[in-house]
Design a protein around this ligand. Structure first.
Ligand SMILES: Nc1ncnc2c1ncn2[C@@H]1O[C@H](COP(=O)(O)OP(=O)(O)OP(=O)(O)O)[C@@H](O)[C@H]1O
Ligand SMILES: [Mg+2]
Length: 511
């Protein structure tokens, strides 16, 4: 029996029993030690509910007691008890109610278990559950968000697709517009080209017309009297007269009107010594014929043994004849200028030459061109030729001349009438041993600024004033060189000058 008591006292759960009024009648040591009380303090003195916290007391009243009364037992109900030292003790309570025959309560047996650890687990479980559920919620939320994002993305994609279609349309329109632009640009360029050509042709036409007019006037005036006039001259005088004219037509007018005035008075003084009448008119004629430095020639004619009127007529006629020759020179220059324009236009429009290539004498083409520019170079430009003898190649001579014309013209313009024009020719060879001619045209002009170097071969690119440059020279030049399967390039230094190089195959194997 003692053993049973011992087990009762020390089993690892709290045991106690109460009477109907809930006063503890008996309690084991485990229970008492959990709460920190002694037998004496508890048994028959305290209700077990005295040890419950307020919350547990209410729960006891509302749930536990009715259940116990109805079922006769209650299992594993969680209560909070208050220990003697004030700490809380969480327990699971089992109760078993024993009734008397008259149904009144005889005794209630309680067994309680400490719940602290279990409670901890539960709390953690709960926490975990909550966490899971929040995570679940979060997951759900992110899923929703994702769904929304996907929807948004879809919408954006749709908009993008629409915009793409719009863009494609715009691009198509742009391309069309660009085509139109290019077309109108071409028309504009063509307009500009035509304006330039009109100017380029009209100017020489004007010169031709006025020259022709003055020739006509002179001829009408001179011709009727000319045979008689000639008859008046002896052979020697006629010879000197002819020479006088021939030298005069080669002369250029270099003097300013101020210089002319000074020279005129010197001349008049000189003529006065010869006792000739109308010396002023004679001096004027000599100056107009640019013969002021050819004293021997004009003195010969002045000293001849003729009456004054014949001497005067002689000078007047010489002047008129030289004017005819000069006017004719002007006509020739103007014609070749107009022809050059037409030629350039023909080249520009790209009219294909149907003629075969011929043997081109390089030096001849260069000399012809240099001659054409004689007027512009003879004053301040030193033309230096460094020609290899007898270079020939297959090509179109008129087009090749157009190349030299453009390059020499540019060089003269870049030098502003003063400097050195060095033209070199030699036989050469490409890297793959193709025989070529190499020409270089060097000037001591302004040079080509870096920022326009890659534009100068473009059609209509020019830095020259309207009327002076159409910007077609180098474009045409390059096209002609390429037609000959050649190459053109340049070296330049601002303020020092420019050299253009042209290399053309001697026999063109490509065609
Ligand atoms: N030798 C050169 N020295 C300096 N600049 C040059 C030289 N050659 C060409 N250029 C530059 O290149 C530009 C284009 O030359 P291009 O011959 O094509 O046209 P342009 O001379 O202006 O007009 P066009 O030849 O039709 O009368 C010139 O305006 C000039 O600025
Ligand atoms: Mg030019």
């Amino acid at each position: 029996m003692e053993e049973v008591e011992e087990i009762y006292d020390f089993v690892p759960c709290g045991l106690f029993q109460t009477s109907a009024n809930e006063v503890i009648q008996k309690a084991n040591s485990t229970f008492l030690s959990w709460l920190g009380y002694t037998q004496e303090e508890v048994v028959k003195k305290k209700k077990w509910t005295d040890f419950l916290t307020m919350g547990s007391k209410i729960y006891h009243q509302t749930h536990f007691t009715p259940l116990l009364n109805m079922q006769g037992k209650v299992e594993e109900i969680n209560f909070e008890m208050r220990k003697k030292d004030g700490e809380k003790l969480s327990v699971l309570v089992n109760a078993h109610l024993i009734r008397k025959e008259n149904d009144s309560v005889e005794v209630v047996y309680y067994s309680i278990y400490r719940f602290t650890q279990r409670k901890q687990y539960e709390i953690e479980l709960l926490k975990a559950k909550q966490q899971i559920s929040t995570q679940n919620e979060e997951l759900h939320a992110s899923k929703e968000e994702l769904k929304m994002n996907v929807e948004e993305l879809q919408a954006i994609q749709n908009t993008l697709a629409e915009q793409n279609i719009e863009l494609e349309k715009t691009v198509r329109t742009l391309v069309e517009t660009q085509d139109q632009l290019i077309q109108s640009e071409k028309l504009a360029s063509l307009g500009q080209l035509i304006a330039n050509i009109a100017h380029e042709i009209n100017t020489p036409l004007g010169a031709i017309r006025s020259s022709a007019d003055s020739i006509e006037v002179i001829l009408l005036d001179t011709l009727p009297n000319f045979p008689q006039f000639i008859k008046k001259l002896d052979d020697q005088t006629l010879f000197e007269f002819n020479e006088f004219i021939a030298v005069s037509v080669e002369k250029i007018d270099k003097l300013t009107s101020r210089q002319k005035r000074v020279i005129k008075y010197e001349l008049i003084d000189k003529l006065d010594e010869l006792a000739i009448s109308e010396t002023e008119e004679l001096a004027t004629i000599i100056l107009d014929m640019n013969m002021q430095e050819e004293q021997a020639l004009f003195m010969n004619l002045l000293k001849i043994d003729y009456p004054n009127e014949i001497i005067k007529e002689l000078f007047q006629t010489a002047f008129q004849l030289s004017t005819i020759v000069r006017s004719n020179q002007t006509i020739k220059e103007a014609t070749s200028r107009a022809a050059k324009t037409v030629f350039a236009l023909k080249n520009y429009v790209g009219q294909d030459h149907t003629e075969e290539k011929t043997n081109v004498n390089l030096q001849e083409t260069l000399e012809t061109t240099i001659t054409l520019y004689h007027n512009q170079t003879k004053v301040g430009i030193d033309v230096i030729r460094k020609f290899d003898e007898n270079i020939r190649f297959l090509g179109y001579p008129d087009e090749i001349m157009q190349v030299w014309t453009n390059l020499i013209h540019n060089a003269i313009q870049a030098m502003n009438g003063k400097g050195k024009l060095i033209i070199t020719t030699k036989n050469s060879e490409t890297q793959n041993q193709q025989k070529t001619v190499l020409v270089s045209i060097q000037d001591t002009g302004t040079g080509i600024p870096i920022k326009i170097q890659d534009k100068i071969f473009d059609a209509f690119f020019t830095t020259k004033p309207i009327g002076e440059g159409s910007g077609l020279g180098l474009d045409i030049t390059k096209k002609i060189i390429e037609k000959h399967n050649g190459k053109i390039w340049f070296e330049t230094q601002e303020g020092i000058g420019t050299t253009f190089f042209i290399e053309i195959p001697i026999t063109d194997n490509h065609k």
